[in-house]
Design a protein around this ligand. Sequence first.
Ligand code: ATP
Ligand code: MG
Length: 403
Amino acid sequence: MASPHDYLERCDRLAVMGGTFDPIHRGHMTVAESVMHEFKPRRVLFVPAGNPPHKPGKPITDGEHRYKMTLAATCENPGFEVSRMEIDRTGPSYTVDTLTRLREICPPESKIFFIIGADALLDILFWRDAAKALTLCEFVVAARPGYELKNHIEMLRKEYGATVHIVESLQLEISGTDIRERFAADKPVSNLMPRAAEDYARKHGLYGAFGAEFSPTHFQWVKARLKERLSPQRFHHTMGTIEESQRLAEIYGADANKAMWAALLHDCAKEYGADKKRILCKRWGIPLDDIMSRHIDLAHGFLGAESARRDFNIEDSEILQAIRYHSLGHKNMTLLDKIIMLADYIEPRREEYPPLAEMRRLAYTDINKALIIGTKFTNSELKDRGDSVHPWSLEMLKELKST
Ligand code: ATP
Ligand code: MG
């Protein structure tokens, strides 16, 4: 099997960027790109810290998450690599150990640059074996707003024999601390970090981005991602469904916020191709009965609910249920389930179909009747085409008629 350090064994010019990357952000990326441009290393190796000794007591996100977030942010750039070296190390991780190890792996004459921000360079003498670390590689320092470096660099050169370069890079006033606070306060972060890293953080509810259903910024993020995932027509329909769900929720006294989230995501998996639908059903453990196996599109509500949970960090079981059953229906439909199903049928942007006017007339006074008309129409269409009607739809119909 290839060693995780294959490329290092042949790398005669390497730049290394250590950090907690909690999360990785545009400040890191910009500096790494500038170093790539100016110092021309073959690779920039990002090394997320395991248990950083210089931040004792401060809670830090699990190393595996920080590693994967860093990987997500950098994987598009063939010059960037991410190392598990520190997160896999048990006990505290020290830069001096990492540099020693890299010296062992890389060819003997290789040049290693350690990229460091101004704030970290000012702290460097507090590091474990700082004097040794300073001789193991050359340092490339990036200015950060508010940090004065000149005298410090002079001192490191004179007293420690360190080689310290300064990289010309755009100074960005972005920090991990600021981004964590912004997440927790539900402020947007999209311009501050690579989108894949933001996606990862939101998907996994890092930085207090929990409580997804109640966060406007989270909503905007999901909406933006769906705009890319769906065709313009489907996205347009989704916006119409949200609008309609809000009207229905108000009239019937349902939770408008939950209705908005369920409507937003109800068709999130609808446009996956048939093969992808089948693969995901298998991977996500969604059982398919005969009818669904034959008409895989019927599973799109189930896939949508799973995707909402896995891709967009939606945990609320009522929202997930409304997404799951919005097209087939089921016994014991809740008010929210009915609202999403009906909103899907009658949203204002829908093109005309025979019973639409009648459903719209009934929608705000008798939700059950409106749904009966819609379901009967769908079922008769299916029968005309020679397709089978799903038994859940019939069960729902029976129940709606009896209330
Ligand atoms: P935190 O606020 O959690 O300390 P951070 O933004 O400083 O996060 P780190 O992971 O601690 O990020 O930083 C890793 C390395 O990147 C450090 O050397 C740091 O000085 C440098 N760095 C971080 N942000 C910037 C930035 N905006 N400009 C230049 N260097 C930066
Ligand atoms: Mg820092």
